[in-house]
Design a protein around this ligand. Structure first.
Ligand code: SF4
Length: 61
C-alpha cells in the first residue's frame, strides 16, 4: 500500500495512456472519467509510471 498523493493536471495531459497501460490498478478510466487510486500499487511503482508520463501531467507528493 502507498500513501502518496498523486496529482493529475487535466489541462496538461495528452492522453497518451502510459499511466493506464503501466499501472491499470492505479490509473483507470471509469465511466469516461480518469480515476486515480493511489493505494493500488507501491510508491516505487507509482513513481516509475509518473516518470514515464510524456506530458508531465502527473506528479506525486
Ligand atoms: S501518462 Fe500522462 S499524458 Fe498519458 S494519459 Fe497518463 S497523465 Fe495523461
Amino acid at each position: 500500500m502507498s500513501s502518496v498523493e498523486i496529482n493529475w493536471d487535466e489541462k496538461i495531459c495528452i492522453h497518451a495512456g502510459e499511466c493506464v497501460k503501466g499501472l491499470p490498478q492505479v490509473f483507470k478510466v471509469e465511466d469516461g472519467k480518469f480515476v486515480i487510486d493511489p493505494g493500488g500499487a507501491s510508491v516505487d511503482e507509482i513513481r516509475g509510471v509518473v516518470a514515464k508520463c510524456p506530458s508531465g501531467a502527473l506528479s506525486i507528493k
